[in-house]
Design a protein around this ligand. Structure first.
Ligand code: 856
Length: 302
């Protein structure tokens, strides 16, 4: 870009005082640009709730009170109904939303712990039932998309949601569906497959920030054949992470789990809300400990 105040193409004399004058002019121009910006423009309009701490992201409940709304399967199409958990206080603005799919043979109740856990941190959470409990991963992905469409277009909480900030999660075949939905809808802001299962191991077209959670002792969707190849196939130049739960089974995501909660909250806050206050929990990568067998990432996030 050309400099608006430059009138000469003659090289400046490279004396110390001339260099200082150039630096001063640049500083003044920078300051002028900052003061000319609208008030508050530097603040993130999507930030919700107080500054986080390790303790606040591990807590059983976050700062927002939560209500729930049951959605009958008879009232919807493209998925099997579910339960919407949503923050009651909209004084800071609308919230991002996340749809959550269960695994093979399971219902929404298998993921219900995530409803109040995530909603109380400032998200609308829709734990869904699938059309049949034997639906395959790609079908579960389409059902997650239908659930998000219902949430922003037809639900009783449309006014609570920012339709441009949506995410998907799911367990096992629902985690495979989460990958499929992310591939199908690049406009999604985040995806979190939990001990995901899918026959397709190639997800190089996914352009959605994706946190894959694997379980070390998973004998249904082994990390060797599922989570690890899924993670490695995601583009290296995108935002992705792999969290492997130490000593955990395939069913770890079906019970209240603080490690899943704290990294899911951080991922959703970082990418659905653009809330960089949570980057501290993701980068640098958490260390191996009693809860974490392994963590892979593409830090720093962009
Ligand atoms: C249960 C996914 C051949 O595939 C399987 O055996 C299999 C079994 C179970 C699941 C799953 O979704 O488990 C979650 O709620 C694949």
């Amino acid at each position: 870009m050309s400099h608006p105040h430059s009138t000469s193409h003659r090289p400046l004399p490279r004396t110390a005082s001339a260099a200082a004058a150039v630096a001063m002019a640049a500083a003044l121009l920078g300051a002028g640009a900052a003061t000319a910006a609208p008030a508050g423009a530097a603040e993130n309009p999507y930030e919700r709730g107080p500054a986080p701490t390790e303790r606040s992201i591990e807590a059983l409940r976050g700062p927002f009170s939560v209500d729930e709304d049951s959605v009958s399967r008879l009232a919807v199409s493209g998925f099997g109904g579910g339960t919407i958990y949503y923050p009651t206080d909209t004084s800071e603005g609308t919230f991002g939303a996340v749809a959550v799919a269960p695994g093979y043979t399971a219902s929404q109740s298998s993921m219900s712990w995530l409803g109040p856990r995530l909603a109380s941190q400032g998200f609308v959470v829709f734990t869904i039932d699938t059309i049949t409990t034997s639906d395959q991963p790609d079908s579960r992905g389409r059902q997650l998309e239908a659930a998000l469409d219902y949430l922003v277009e037809d639900s009783d909480v449309t006014d609570v949601i920012d339709e441009s900030r949506l995410a998907v999660m799911g367990h096992s075949m629902g985690g495979g569906g989460t990958l499929a939905a992310a591939e199908s809808r690049p406009e999604l802001q985040a995806a979190i497959p939990l001990t995901p299962w899918h026959l397709d191991k190639s997800w190089g077209d996914v352009d959605v920030p994706t946190l894959i959670v694997g379980a070390e002792n998973d004998s249904i969707a082994s990390v060797r054949s599922h989570s690890e190849p899924f993670y490695e196939s995601l583009p290296d130049n995108g935002n992705k992470a792999y969290l492997e739960l130490n000593g955990a089974s395939h069913f770890a995501p079906n019970m209240s789990n603080t490690t899943i909660a704290k990294y899911s909250i951080s991922w959703l806050k970082r990418f659905v809300d653009d809330d960089t206050r949570y980057e501290q929990f993701l980068c640098p990568a958490p260390s191996r400990d009693l809860d974490i067998e392994e963590y892979r990432d593409t830090c720093p996030h962009s």
